[in-house]
Design a protein around this ligand. Structure first.
Ligand SMILES: Cc1cc2nc3c(=O)[nH]c(=O)nc-3n(C[C@H](O)[C@H](O)[C@H](O)COP(=O)(O)OP(=O)(O)OC[C@H]3O[C@@H](n4cnc5c(N)ncnc54)[C@H](O)[C@@H]3O)c2cc1C
Length: 491
């Protein structure tokens, strides 16, 4: 029996910066329901340390930021959209300028990160930019949205070729919620891998749901690995921001020699190049360390890192590994979130608008969350007429044993790690095909999403023979490191 519980028009899946910005811009006059898998801290936005990139330095310009974004993306980016992103982004940063740290002279403090030619990273509370932005943005979520925390979206509800709602789980029950528009803001896919900087829920759920609904995906093989994920025998501890190398941190081998000495750009080379250098050492069983003894005023510049080092009694040589960090690919979308399915929008990291190309420029993704969230709200407000609403209870999911997620992650790492080969990708695709179908309707939903997203990424990687940016295939007769995309900035 159908039971109408409440009137709903727009459903947002996710509670990170993209979702919160969307709701803030939507305003209180549009009815909206938010489903988020955890609480406020559950997502990558909360973890973002470095900051937001914007060309605010007197010597900087949109042109130069555009050039650095394109060069880092190996010129695979959609140049027109990059320009739109940066133009809109700088206005949104200026609008929030009160949140960001200032120098003693009162001007905005601008940091520098890898592959940026100029200091252009605004930050808040030192390395606490993400949580400060989230605290600011989530106020709108509490005021304007009906919020279901610990609610897990399972699948999109498609009828007559249009996305008309979401199936989700909440408090042990399963529901279908109807809507005029559904906005996916489910973040990244780092948690498909054993070593990652990402929040644990970053399992590519939005991408998996969109794939099952037949939406067009794009650039799925481009997964950025961060070179400095603090990693010990118990797994990933936390990301050590690139800004630490920007401030003087040095990557060293166990014998103290600087790892990046002979690489163009040195410690501030593009992320793909640095990640491959670190991974090459790790694969050979040789540890890599980030030496932070050379960073002045570590405690005040990087309080988050300093606190963790003190808590763990770490010395100034932090053991690091390359960990899955950011997904350039995802659900093909316009900058305002429109996808190939009417009524379905995708914003933030789960969307692929083409702005990052083959490799994201550091600190361009919080910008992307702000811009896509803002633009999507404007479009949805115009496009959305009042229509179906309501919540319908559904039968409970059937029981299914959860596959060994540790094993699944190791399989994905083998096939889709920093350096790929067709043999390893074929093996991964076979391994993924061996898992049973239809697990998304069971209690093994998280594994189903991981498998679907990994399969889409592995297929795309298998088909793409061109090593570019973060997608890198080994060739037995070529050294992988020196053949990397060289950032023209440092040539
Ligand atoms: C450690 C770290 C540091 C970073 N530092 C920076 C930085 O300094 N500058 C920068 O620009 N970028 C940085 N990034 C990247 C940036 O943080 C992310 O790209 C950005 O925050 C993504 O925002 P989002 O709103 O799209 O996703 P998220 O903030 O990840 O939010 C995703 C939301 O979706 C929810 N969700 C997921 N699946 C479901 C489901 N099935 N049902 C319901 N809800 C679901 C989650 O619970 C979460 O609320 C960093 C990333 C990490 C991991």
């Amino acid at each position: 029996m159908k039971r109408q519980v409440r009137v709903v028009h727009i459903v947002v899946v996710g509670g990170g910066l993209a979702a919160c910005t969307f709701i803030e811009e939507l305003g209180a006059d549009v009815s909206c329901t938010v489903l988020r898998k955890g609480g406020e801290e559950h997502g990558n936005s909360w973890l973002a340390q470095g900051g937001v990139a914007a060309p605010l330095h007197p010597d900087d310009s949109l042109d130069q930021h555009w050039y650095d974004t394109m060069a880092c993306g190996a010129w695979k980016n959609d140049g027109g959209r990059v320009w739109q992103l940066l133009e809109a982004g700088v206005r949104l940063v200026e609008k929030r300028e009160a949140l960001f740290d200032r120098n003693a002279d009162g001007r905005l403090a601008l940091g520098r990160e890898g592959a940026h030619r100029l200091p252009r990273i605004v930050h808040a509370g030192g390395d606490q930019t993400g949580r400060r932005l989230m605290r600011h943005a989530s106020a709108s979520l509490l005021h304007h949205g009906r919020l279901f925390s610990h609610a897990e979206a399972e699948d999109l509800y498609i009828e007559d070729g249009r996305c008309q709602g979401v199936v989700f789980r909440w408090q042990g029950r399963r529901w279908r919620i109807h809507a005029d528009a559904v906005v996916l803001a489910t973040g990244g896919i780092g948690s498909l891998f054993p070593c990652t900087s990402n929040a644990s829920g970053s399992t590519g759920d939005g991408t998996a749901m969109a794939a099952r609904a037949g939406a067009v995906l794009q650039d799925m093989e481009y997964i950025q690995f961060h070179p400095t994920v603090w990693y010990n025998v118990n797994g990933a501890v936390q990301l050590v921001s690139e800004a630490v190398r920007g401030a003087g941190g040095v990557l060293r081998r166990g014998d103290g020699t600087p790892l990046m000495a002979d690489v163009p750009g040195g410690d501030l080379a593009g992320r793909d190049i640095t990640a491959r250098a670190v991974d090459q050492e790790s694969q050979a069983g040789r540890p890599v360390f980030l030496d932070v003894s050379t960073v002045p005023a570590l405690a005040s510049s990087f309080p988050f890192l300093h606190t963790e080092m003190t808590r763990r009694r770490s010395n100034s040589w932090i053991p690091v590994a390359a960990g899955a960090h950011f997904h350039m690919g995802g659900i093909a979308a316009e900058l305002d979130g429109r996808t190939s399915i009417p009524g379905l929008y995708a914003i933030g990291e789960t969307a692929c608008t083409g702005v990052h190309g083959a490799n994201r420029l550091a600190s361009n993704s919080l910008l992307e969350a702000l811009v896509t969230g803002t633009k999507c709200a404007a479009t949805v407000k115009k496009a959305c007429a009042s229509g179906r609403s309501g919540v319908v209870p559904l039968p409970l999911p059937s029981e299914h044993a959860m596959p060994d997620l540790g094993l699944l992650r190791r399989q994905i790492h083998e096939g889709l790690g920093v350096v790929r080969s067709n043999d390893r990708l074929d093996r991964l695709l076979e391994q993924l095909d061996a898992y049973p179908d239809g697990m998304q309707q069971t209690t093994a939903l998280p594994a189903a999403n991981m498998i679907t997203t990994a399969r889409e990424a592995a297929r795309a990687a298998r088909q793409n023979e061109v090593s570019l940016g973060a997608h890198w295939k080994e060739k037995s007769d070529e050294p992988t490191l020196t053949a990397g995309t060289v950032d023209p900035v440092f040539e």
